[in-house]
Each structure stands twice: as structure tokens, then as C-alpha cells.
Design a protein around this ligand. Structure first.
Ligand code: EPZ
Length: 422
């Protein structure tokens, strides 16, 4: 396991450039396995989850080469509908291969049940509901899920719960199904729109992505033979915006889509953080004098406040004057990192999915563990604002989703180094 050592107290200054979206890249790369020809995917982030799904797709027989952020994909040599290796179990997004392999074969797919961050139960019943609507039968046994269909026929799918994964999975599976599929109560995250735009660029006919009703008209062939650039990562961008607000300073976060950042920008302005929105950048300023205002946050599916910025924002709220609340409505158990923040002096109590945060608190250094991707990034932000030297260990979890995290923070003046844990 490796660690970051962070000497807190240095404000952040300068520019940081946001990488391609992890959650768009994972859906797009899996979706590329559906194609009947090669394609090129640009702005691919060099992060371990992406490298892992590339290896998983290679295991299927596809050819993929990643060079300087450009991924050349040739799925025409795929020779199986089964993906049950350990690396498949390591990441959540593996389940997109169910949609891709079922859509490719029109008859079957067998994929290991997914892993991913542990925030309590992470069911896949809505994915199964969607596959069954298309005429497939799903069975779960020996840690794998298998879907089989004599024919894949488009139909009406009503999701009982808004699910990013199920929306992406069924868009992929339905792209080549016979007839039209309508997904109602679809998730609307930016990365869902990106996956739909990618598939349409490759020959699919998907309309309404970004709204709660998506219509997919199945096509017999997806020729591919095109390039597609992945959108900037909304959550990476938000993580840096929050880091400046917590550690103080003046940073311009570049290569982002301001519309995607609105749920966060509005809350930061409410707290008294300086926000200046450019065409594809946001300047974030917080100096030492102006106190941060306590406020209430509630995570919701997009366009609500993103759950993936919840841990980072809770760290920020420790520095606000007064009592703030963070209400987590998406995941059952996404406050595990609060125990680590309490070791740094944070005054937080969690009850019924709501964290009450008292501030301002001057956090102090501690040795703490990254329990998942976003919680790990939150603890780094805490270390940037804390007095003393903080060690965050198990940082491999953070590096699943943040490209060149240490380099980018060092370029902003942060005192952070990575080293192998003793
Ligand atoms: C995606 O996970 C993201 N992961 C998560 O980001 C993110 O937290 C989540 O969407 C919500 O935005 C990827 O894109 C790889 P969901 P996903 O299906 O698709 C329930 C990160 O940090 N649900 O939208 O697994 C589920 O339990 C990661 O990048 C069902 O009940 O999330 C949860 O309460 C962490 N049945 C809610 O829906 C299902 O079949 C949202 O889950 C599916 C989901």
C-alpha cells in the first residue's frame, strides 16, 4: 500500500486542467465492445479503473491500444460472451459488459458480479429488470450474472429507482435490439449523455439522453469508424474547486463544462467562496479573512448535488462558521470517512443519513485511510487544510479516479508527496 504525506497550511494558487471523465470513459469503453468496426476514443484519463477495463476488454479478444490519452479500439476480434475474471470483480463498471456482450451477440452474456466502492448494498435489480424487458432471462449463480435471450426486442422500461449504471447498461443493450426501447425514469448525469453521444457517433439512434425519458431505436449494425472525445470529469473538477475553498487560495480550474458544475458552484457561492465562471473554466477564490457560511447540502441524482462530491464537501463544511448539514440520499452508507475526520478534530455527528457538522474547526494532522475513491480525495483535502503532516494511506483507491493527482496538487503549491507505506 502507498501513502500521501501532506504538510497542511499552504494556500493553493495557479491553474489546474481537468482530465477526461472516469465515469464516461468506463461506459464508453464498454460500449465500444458493441461496435461492428474500430473506433478512436480521445481524452481518455490514465487512471487505474480505465486501465483495468481496457485489460478486461482485451481478455474478450478485442484489440485496444492507449497512447497519450487516445484509445484505439478494434472489437471485431471479440471471441467470447463471458467475462468472469478477478479483474472483472474489482470494478463496478464491469457490469456494462453485460449490456455490450448481450447487445453484440443478441443472445447471451455472462459477467462476474461487480465490485467497486463499498457504500453499503449496491443492488443490480434495475439492470435485471431492463434486460428482462428486452426479452432476456437473468440468473445469478457462483458470483456471476448470466443473461440469455432467443431474440433481443425493444420494449418499455420503467426504472423504479434512478440508476446511472442501469441507464447506461440498457442504452448499450438496446442500441442493436429490434425495434424501439423507451427508458422512463432514466438517470440524467453528464456521463450518460456522453455515452449516448458516443454510441450515436458510432451509428446508434438514441434520443433524449440527459432527460428522464430516453428512446433507443435499434439498428442492425454499428459501423464505428469514427473518433469521439470524452467530456471533462465533473467530479474531478469539483474536487479541485472544493480543495481551494478549504485550503484557501486562488485557482482557475480549466477544461470543464460550467453547466455540469452548477450544483457545486451555487453551493460554494452560498458559503461565500468567490466563483468566476468562464467559457470552459471556473476561477475559485477564498482568502483568509472572509469566513465561510454554514449551509445545508443534500445529494440527489443530477442535476441535484452529486453524491460523488459529498465527502469532499463535508470536509469543507468543517471550516464553515456555524452548524451545517450534509444529507446523503443516494447511498446507504457513505459516511464511513467521518471517523477519520474526527481523528483530525472534526465535530461531526451522523444520524439517519444526515451529518451535522459544527465549525469552524482547525483540523489537525493524523494517519488516516482512504476507504474509497472520493472519501480518499476528501481526506487529502482535509490534510491540505490541517495543521501538521497528515498521512493518507491506501491511496491506490484514490488513483482509481484521479489522473496525476499528486502532480496536479503540487503544481498548485500543495506540499504533498507519494511514498510506499512502511
Ligand atoms: C455510478 O454508480 C457511479 N459509478 C458512482 O460513482 C456514483 O456514486 C453513482 O453512479 C451515483 O451517481 C460509475 O459510474 C462507475 P447507481 P452506480 O446505479 O451506477 C440504487 C465514483 O466515485 N440502485 O446510480 O453503481 C443504488 O443502490 C463512483 O466515481 C438500485 O437500487 O450507481 C443507489 O442507491 C462511486 N438498483 C442508487 O440506486 C440497481 O439496479 C444509485 O445507484 C442499481 C442502483
Amino acid at each position: 500500500m502507498s501513502s500521501y504525506f501532506i504538510d497542511g497550511g499552504s494556500p493553493l494558487y495557479g491553474d489546474v486542467v481537468v482530465s477526461g471523465s472516469k465515469n464516461a470513459a468506463l461506459g464508453i469503453i464498454a460500449g465500444a465492445m458493441l461496435l461492428d468496426g474500430p473506433c478512436q476514443i480521445e481524452n481518455v484519463p490514465d487512471i487505474s479503473d480505465v486501465l483495468k477495463i481496457i485489460d478486461i476488454c482485451r481478455d474478450l479478444g478485442a484489440r485496444l491500444e492507449l497512447e497519450n490519452g487516445v484509445l484505439h479500439v478494434d472489437p471485431t476480434s471479440i471471441n467470447t460472451t463471458t467475462a468472469v475474471s478477478q479483474r472483472v470483480r474489482d470494478i463496478r463498471a464491469s457490469y456494462y459488459l453485460l449490456g455490450a456482450l448481450l447487445g453484440r451477440s443478441q443472445h447471451e452474456a455472462k459477467v462476474a458480479l461487480p465490485g467497486g466502492c463499498n457504500f453499503g448494498t449496491r443492488p443490480i435489480d434495475q439492470h435485471v429488470k431492463g434486460f428482462e424487458a428486452l426479452g432476456a432471462e437473468a440468473t445469478i449463480s457462483y458470483g456471476n450474472i448470466e443473461v440469455r435471450a432467443s431474440r433481443l426486442v425493444g420494449d418499455h422500461i420503467y426504472f423504479d429507482k434512478t440508476s446511472v449504471g442501469a441507464t447506461i447498461n440498457l442504452m448499450i443493450a438496446a442500441a442493436k435490439a429490434e425495434g424501439t426501447t423507451t427508458i422512463v425514469n432514466a438517470a440524467r448525469e453528464p456521463h450518460i449523455v456522453d455515452v449516448a453521444n458516443f454510441l450515436n457517433t458510432m451509428g446508434a439512434r438514441i434520443r433524449g439522453a440527459g432527460t428522464d425519458v430516453i428512446r433507443i431505436t435499434g439498428v442492425p449494425v454499428l459501423p464505428g469508424r469514427a473518433s469521439y472525445p470524452i467530456i471533462p470529469d465533473q467530479i474531478e473538477a469539483g474536487t479541485y474547486m472544493i480543495a481551494v475553498a478549504a485550503a484557501r487560495g486562488d485557482v482557475t480550474v480549466r477544461n470543464l463544462i460550467p453547466k455540469h458544475m452548477e450544483p457545486l458552484s451555487i453551493k460554494l457561492e452560498e458559503m461565500g467562496v468567490g466563483i468566476e465562471v468562464g467559457e470552459d473554466s471556473i476561477r475559485v477564490r477564498r482568502n483568509g479573512t472572509r469566513p465561510l457560511r454554514a449551509t445545508a447540502f443534500k445529494t440527489m441524482p443530477y442535476p441535484g448535488f452529486p453524491t460523488d462530491l459529498q465527502p469532499q464537501s463535508t470536509v469543507l463544511l468543517c471550516h464553515a462558521h456555524g452548524t451545517s448539514t450534509m444529507h446523503e440520499t443516494v447511498w446507504d452508507n457513505r459516511f464511513q470517512y467521518v471517523d477519520d475526520l474526527k481523528m483530525m478534530g472534526a465535530q461531526i455527528e451522523v444520524r439517519d443519513h444526515i451529518a451535522m457538522i459544527k465549525g469552524p474547526t482547525q483540523l489537525t494532522a493524523a494517519r488516516i485511510e482512504a476507504r474509497d475513491l472520493r472519501a480518499g480525495a476528501a481526506l487529502v483535502i482535509a490534510g491540505l487544510a490541517a495543521l501538521g503532516r497528515t498521512e493518507v494511506f491506501s491511496v491506490e483507491l484514490i488513483e482509481r479516479g484521479y489522473e496525476h493527482f499528486v502532480d496536479k496538487l503540487q503544481q498548485l503549491g500543495a506540499s504533498i508527496v507519494r511514498s510506499e507505506s512502511c
